[in-house]
Design a protein around this ligand. Structure first.
Ligand code: B12
Length: 490
């Protein structure tokens, strides 16, 4: 139920269709695989960071048919010449099962792409079911592969591709990057039309994602972006981070309105406000005529009173900001984030003055993190809630994805077994990092009570401490306190 149109495959679809190549998409969002949780349900029930929504109100129901049977049927009916897989690390294992299933129905070459394949191509190409790996941006790569296959040419020398040739793996250099204005506009027509609905603060909106930029200029150590920048720099580019021009974005929004009749825009851009004042003014002035509410995520450093007021005026509905850690020193040393807590507080007050809420993202369970350091994150968020009670708080357990700097730190310090790929769900199944500073149970206790500490007044603290424990009494307190939270939410 990570509902919403994904931009990667939509962009590949557009590029392929422009070359006259037919595309079908098989997407797993509406299947409920055995034992699987809907993380949005969990976030709503336990973390109060999202509001529950009634998907059936727009006709969305879990699919009752089996995904493997449906995929087999699709492959048999469509009769493809090439199979593509897009999967981030935590769903790669599932993606692989789907590729195997598709190849059983029709044995044609399979190419994997996406951020995990890009940052761990050696692992992905090692899988017998995968014949090629696309490293980096895929629009030109997949078109060249499909074109070569259609005319019976060898495709193993195409840039941006690692490809099996007999027992060898041919490793080609990267495909040169295009400016974002040159990349085809995404095509969502091959997806289930119900995927357009995305929950936002308890409502379902017909939402279309829009790219304003690709990548991110910042260096956070828990994120894949610095590695993507580094990879492209090694190949002679300035980096992966590029912006679309504002007139191009505005034109795309207008065409999207005509084609998909959206009620909401979702800027799938890491740091929306990483823009100059001139770009900002051009965006705001142009967006006035768009008149649809929108969501952004951005960093504290990029927010000013003037920018928030103007964005609100033209339709900013909600925004997400990464806080990630409450201790300035830790945040700077281990996460490479140099924000001051006083600046975070100032920005939260600006939002309050503008009558705006926001979701604040936090991570706990980082390497070398002690209980006291986690308390600092809780305390900062609690203080921010006292400044603006429209805020909502997300907390995730740190997951060392391949490619991020903290993954290397964890492995080199013996804090985790270097598994080929992570298969767990990073917000709910317990930490993968072994720690000398906090037990797994203590971390889980802080994870489940994080938002109780944040939302409830200090007078509840001794009861919340009890709720950290997974005992009968602790569980009882947890349930009782969880029911109290609603009273304090605006
Ligand atoms: C927008 C976004 C989201 C959105 C939408 C996700 C979606 N399904 O579309 C939301 C908020 C839902 C989301 C959720 C999550 N996300 Co997210 N997200 C992003 C973000 C910021 C941009 C992705 C995007 O749209 N890029 C634009 C498109 C055009 O690029 P692309 O997807 O990379 O695709 C291009 C190439 O990779 C390649 N390609 C991709 N697939 C394929 C396939 C083939 C066959 C070929 C040839 C090429 C190819 O070609 C494409 C076009 O050039 C990225 C950061 C990033 N740089 O990737 C994180 C990122 C992908 N997310 C990440 C994570 C961890 C998550 C969550 C697990 C977070 C959570 N706690 O729940 C969930 C999981 C959701 C899921 N199962 O998909 C991580 C993944 C880490 C990893 N190493 O695998 C990233 C990299 C951020 C990070 N922290 O490093 N995310």
């Amino acid at each position: 139920m990570q509902i919403g149109y994904p931009l990667g495959p939509a962009s590949l679809t557009a590029a392929l269709k422009a070359k006259g190549i037919e595309v079908k998409i098989f997407d797993t969002v509406f299947y409920r695989f055995e034992g699987e949780l809907d993380i949005n349900d969990r976030r709503a029930e336990m973390l109060h960071s999202v509001r529950p929504v009634d998907y059936s109100s727009v006709g969305i129901h879990d699919k009752l048919t089996g995904p493997m049977d449906d995929l087999t049927k699709l492959v048999k009916d469509f009769d493809p010449d090439l199979i593509g897989l897009t999967a981030i690390e935590s769903v790669f294992a599932r993606g692989l099962e789907l590729v195997k299933c598709a190849k059983k129905a029709k044995n044609v070459p399979a190419v994997a792409g996406g951020v995990f394949a890009t940052l761990a191509p050696d692992i992905v190409i090692n899988e017998p079911a995968i014949d090629m790996v696309c490293i980096g941006e895929g629009e030109d790569v997949i078109c060249e592969v499909a074109g070569a296959m259609a005319s019976g040419r060898d495709y193993t020398g195409i840039k941006g591709l690692w490809a099996k040739k007999g027992k060898e793996v041919v490793k080609n250099g990267m495909m040169p990057l295009k400016g974002l204005d040159e990349v085809p506009e995404p095509d969502f027509s091959a997806f289930d039309p119900l995927l357009i609905y995305r929950p936002m603060q308890g409502k379902l909106f017909r939402t279309v994602p829009v790219e304003l930029s690709r990548g991110c200029p910042f260096m956070c150590t828990y994120c894949a972006e610095p590695a993507l920048n580094g990879l492209y720099r090694k190949n002679g580019e300035k980096g992966y981070f590029r912006k679309k021009s504002i007139p191009k974005v505005l034109g795309e929004l207008e065409r999207t309105i005509k084609e998909y009749n959206p009620e909401f825009f979702y800027f799938a851009t890491e740091t929306f406000l990483a823009m100059t004042d001139a770009e900002f003014e051009a965006f705001v002035e142009g967006y006035r005529r768009i008149k649809l509410p929108f969501w952004i995520q951005t960093r504290v450093e990029t927010i000013t009173r003037k920018r928030i007021e103007k964005l609100k005026e033209v339709g900013l509905y909600w925004l997400t900001i990464g806080i990630e850690h409450g201790n300035e020193e830790y945040r700077k040393k281990y996460l490479k984030r140099h924000t001051k807590n006083s600046d975070v507080a100032r920005v939260i007050k600006i939002l309050d003055d503008a009558g705006m809420g926001a979701s604040l993202n936090n991570i706990i369970g980082f390497p070398f993190e002690t209980k006291e350091l986690i308390r600092d994150t809780i305390d900062l968020n609690h203080e921010l809630f006292s400044l603006n009670n429209r805020l909502r708080f997300n907390v995730s357990l740190f997951t060392p994805f391949r490619g991020c700097e903290l993954y290397d730190l964890c492995v080199s310090n013996g804090m985790m077994e270097p598994v080929p790929y992570i298969t767990h769900h990073n917000i709910s199944d317990g930490s993968l990092v072994r720690s000398d500073f906090i037990t797994a149970e203590e971390l889980d206790g802080l994870f489940r009570t994080f938002n109780l500490y944040v939302y409830l007044p200090d007078s509840y603290n001794s009861r919340i401490r009890e709720a950290e424990k997974f005992t009968e009494k602790g569980n009882g307190e947890f349930n009782a306190l969880n029911a109290e939270v609603e009273k304090y939410l605006k």
